[in-house]
Design a protein around this ligand. Structure first.
Ligand code: ZN
Length: 503
């Protein structure tokens, strides 16, 4: 009896100690989550953890990272999982060399002031703790919108994955300094509107944590066709809201979401209606694979990957993510986005960055050229000639790209081949482009004038006749010759006949 009592007390005490330890780790990281490594987990167990709402990250053959609130740790125990809690020491990061938020701001501002004809700095909103979210636009005629595809690179939505932040700054620097020096870079700037956001989660970066300061994982917080089928900003993390609002006001056609923690190019879908799916192919799967390969092939670490065949993976094939940015971009915004994991270390020592830049430089530049392939053009109103907001889709493929309504330009990335395309807009007659030949190289141009759908019914015409003949209204029994209330062309003729004969 005494022994049993003693034992129980001991268990209670040690649980309290563990809880205390976990809470202290969580508070040190300024997040409600603690980082845990789970070993030898099955795909089935992984799905179960996802369904508990835990955040899964970087699934590897032998282990997986799980972010979990300390009070939910019993979920892992109940599942009989073998795990270890990462200590605070592991979470210590060497930030030497990485820019402060002020230094980042100064760097971006100096780009703008040194190259005012090529770049403009936009603050698209503030983080939860009030730090600015910067987007730098680079283009020739940077102050106007042209008939050019908009491409965007966004990095470090996970605050503890800053490799892409540094690479984006290098990329900007090269773009600006090599303009009119390097033919390829000049061509990119002349033909694209390039938008670069080096740091989407400045608060997380400052606090060295994955989450924003609302404790939200930004790459689990976007609309998702499976469990959050609602393309509005309501109730989302502030940083997510700013990016969504920016995208609503633009029509970017190509984008990259840069992360760290492994080296791979991950393409949609990240989620699937069937949680047990092994692969979730978009209708553009072949194209996405080509795009992903084109990046990974130019990156020696990815190309020689032992974890991912050819350095690429389908999102679901790797692990299920609900609310990721890439699926949202593709499903709702007509933008082909991939997620690129840049390095096995999330936050490497700064001296490693020059090697990482060497590994990614060519791939990052080359990837832009996808936006210039496929089919492009301007869609206008056939009567006014004004640009309109329209969508273009390939027959039997639900994915749509949208015109930028200011200019009316559309850009649909396609692999070489022959396609049937559907062009539609509210209030216009849908147009079909059949047997369109797409070759490799620059996009073929098809400008389209859509005819307004006047949509006038017979009864509308009769109403007009009535209005025009106020002095002599036409008795309905005269023109509704079938007396069925259904108005047809012959009814119009009879109504006009009445008016003419009663002049
Ligand atoms: Zn990440």
């Amino acid at each position: 009896m005494i022994v049993k009592h003693h034992k129980t007390t001991k268990i209670v005490l040690s649980s309290l100690l563990i809880m205390h330890l976990l809470l202290s780790i969580a508070s040190a990281a300024q997040s409600k989550y603690i980082e845990i490594i789970v070993n030898n987990i099955s795909r089935q167990q992984l799905i179960e953890l996802t369904q508990h709402g835990l955040i899964i990250d970087h699934v590897k053959q032998e282990s997986v990272t799980v972010y979990i609130p300390p009070e939910q740790i019993s979920i892992l125990d109940n599942m009989g999982l073998n795990y270890r809690i990462l200590s605070q020491n592991r979470l210590k990061i060497n930030t030497d060399g990485y820019p402060s938020i002020d230094q980042l701001k100064q760097t971006l501002q100096s780009f703008e002031s040194n190259y005012p004809e090529l770049c403009q700095l936009f603050e698209i909103g503030k983080s939860y703790e009030g730090r600015p979210l910067y987007f730098l636009k680079i283009s020739d005629h940077v102050d106007i919108e042209e008939d050019e595809p908009e491409v965007k690179y966004i990095s470090s939505m996970h605050g503890d994955e800053p490799v892409g932040l540094i690479l984006c700054l290098n990329l900007i620097d090269d773009l600006l300094t090599q303009y009119n020096q390097d033919t390829f870079i000049t061509e990119l700037i002349d033909n694209l509107e390039i938008w670069i956001m080096p740091l989407m989660n400045p608060d997380g970066y400052v606090h060295h944590q994955r989450f924003n300061m609302q404790d939200i994982d930004l790459n689990r917080n976007f609309p998702d066709r499976v469990n959050d089928n609602n393309n509005t900003t309501a109730g989302r993390a502030v940083e997510v809201q700013h990016v969504m609002n920016w995208e609503f006001a633009h029509s970017s056609v190509l984008s990259v979401n840069f992360h760290g923690g492994t080296a791979v190019v991950n393409y949609p879908y990240d989620s699937d209606f069937n949680p047990y799916a092994r692969y979730s192919a978009t209708p553009d799967d072949k194209l996405f694979r080509e795009m992903a390969l084109s990046y990974a092939n130019l990156n020696p670490t990815m190309r020689n990957s032992s974890s991912f065949e050819s350095g690429i993976t389908n999102g679901v094939e790797w692990y299920l993510v609900y609310g990721g940015m890439q699926d949202w971009s593709y499903v709702w915004m007509g933008c082909m986005e991939v997620t690129i994991e840049l390095d096995n270390e999330k936050w490497p020592v700064y001296s490693k960055l020059s090697q990482l830049w060497d590994n990614n430089r060519e791939a990052m530049f080359n990837y832009f050229t996808w936006a210039l392939k496929g089919i492009r053009g301007i869609i206008t109103d056939s009567i006014t000639g004004e640009p309109i907001h329209a969508s273009i889709q390939v027959e039997k493929n639900d994915f749509r790209v949208y015109t930028d309504p200011d200019v009316g330009d559309y850009h649909r990335i396609l692999l070489p081949g022959v396609y049937n395309l559907i062009v539609s807009a509210d209030g216009y007659v849908t147009q079909y482009l059949t047997d369109v030949q797409i070759s490799d190289g620059y996009a073929s141009r098809h400008d389209i004038a859509l005819r307004p759908d006047l949509n006038i019914s017979v009864s509308d015409i009769i109403n007009m006749i009535q209005v025009l003949s106020l002095s002599k209204p036409v008795p309905i029994q005269y023109y509704d010759i079938n007396r069925d209330g259904q108005l047809e062309l012959t009814d119009v003729i009879w109504a006009m006949h009445y008016l003419v004969s009663n002049l």
